[in-house]
Design a binder for this molecule. Structure first.
Ligand code: GDP
Ligand code: MG
Length: 163
């Protein structure tokens, strides 16, 4: 079967925007896994002839604030279990947050490949905003803008390198 790519990151960083941009047809929604996340959406994707399935581990958006960190840890663990590789999305406008650090701790402890994606770099003249994310210890981040469709191809090149 096709390799699975999970998209993780804190609420509002642009996970669903990226997912919907790359994806083609929505496969299924898995709802209500208690204590994990409210829903996971599976979507077919293809880049340069390579087919894969993406999971948007959404749902955290609907948790109360005090539950967000727990939900994010669970989301990261679920992604590690289920995926062949993980796209960890952070927000280049907001900058590095403590929640990003918490998730990075979990992701550094997996052997599965992790691609660190700094979204919302809407103008590549601000590409230097990605440098602080080297501190996450997850390798070279890539700058993209999901809304302005910048660098998405380069990002997908790096995704399929790992599949
Ligand atoms: P999620 O909670 O991580 O799934 O984030 P969403 O995909 O729902 O996006 C959250 C907000 O960020 C929405 O208002 C998006 O339009 C916005 N957003 C997503 N990608 C970008 C981007 O590349 N640049 C900017 N400026 N906003 C973005
Ligand atoms: Mg979402």
């Amino acid at each position: 079967s096709k390799p699975i790519v999970a998209i993780v990151g804190r609420p509002n960083v642009g996970k669903s925007t990226i997912f919907n941009y790359i994806g083609r047809n929505r496969l299924s929604i898995v709802e209500d896994i208690p204590g994990v996340t409210r829903d996971r959406i599976y979507m077919d994707a293809e880049w340069l002839g390579r087919n894969f399935t993406m999971i948007d581990t959404g749902g955290i958006e609907f948790e109360s604030n005090d539950k967000i960190l727990t939900a994010m840890r669970n989301q990261a663990k679920l992604a590690i279990d289920e995926a062949d590789m993980i796209m960890f999305i952070v927000d280049g406008k907001t900058g590095l947050t403590s929640a990003d650090n918490e998730v990075a701790v979990i992701l550094r402890n997996t052997r599965k490949p992790v691609l660190l994606v700094v979204n919302k770099i809407d103008n590549m003249k601000n590409e230097a905003d990605i440098y602080e994310f080297y501190n996450l210890g997850l390798g070279d981040p890539i700058a993209i803008s999901a809304t302005n469709a910048l660098n998405i191809g380069d990002m997908l090149d790096r995704v399929i390198e790992h599949l």
